[in-house]
Design a protein around this ligand. Structure first.
Ligand code: MN
Length: 202
């Protein structure tokens, strides 16, 4: 069954001024749509066509560049839209907050580590907050459209928060100022959603 571009649960302009409407529209309707179409083309008439995206990524042959790039792109952007909200920002609560404090010392120290991972990812990629079975969390970054579900990628666990640091994610509004975009992203993080993903993955 073919994968479908997921609809956003908010309007393209809903995350302004943190992420502008034009960037959101191009990012979703062009970039994410392209990854979705290219993934479907890459898996058509192969055994992968019957698998979930998580199964495809967990069992990925890293040499299969079409599925690696487009399967990663499909999954990564779907998560990205889900963990942002016009009502986002603030700090996590409950078990996720405790796991962050345990791993990093405080929310502010987590924010510093996540922002550093995102800012120092050379070229295109993503920074992640991941949960391991048992509930511990860690920050890491991956290149291109790789993600922690892929085997041997050097970044483990289930991603529960991700920021896209490809230039297409911020350049129209922020140009070379990636750190400003990263800072703005924290204003739209939906910590309720991230907490749900934490609970599901812990
Ligand atoms: Mn992107």
């Amino acid at each position: 069954m073919a994968f479908e571009l997921p609809s956003l649960s908010y309007a393209y302009d809903a995350l302004e001024p943190n992420i502008d409407a034009r960037t959101m529209e191009i990012h979703h309707s062009k970039h994410h749509n392209g990854y979705t179409t290219n993934l479907n083309n890459a898996i058509a008439d192969t055994p992968l066509a019957d698998q979930s995206i998580e199964e495809i990524l967990n069992g990925l042959d890293l040499e299969n560049k079409a599925v690696r790039n487009n399967g990663g792109g499909f999954y990564n952007h779907r998560l990205f839209w889900e963990v942002m909200s016009p009502n986002g920002g603030g700090t996590p609560k409950g078990a996720l907050a405790e796991a962050i404090d345990s791993a990093f010392g405080s929310f502010e120290e987590f924010k510093t580590a996540f922002s550093k991972a995102a800012a120092t990812q050379f070229g295109s990629g993503w920074a992640w907050l991941c949960v391991q079975k048992g509930g511990s969390v860690e920050v890491c970054a991956t290149a291109n459209q790789d993600n922690p579900l892929m085997p041997g990628i050097g970044c483990g666990g289930t991603p529960i928060l991700g920021i896209d640091v490809w230039e297409h994610a911020y350049y129209l509004n922020y140009q070379n100022r990636r750190p400003d975009y990263i800072n703005a992203f924290f204003n739209v993080i939906d910590w309720n959603k991230v907490s749900d993903l934490y609970t599901a993955g812990a």
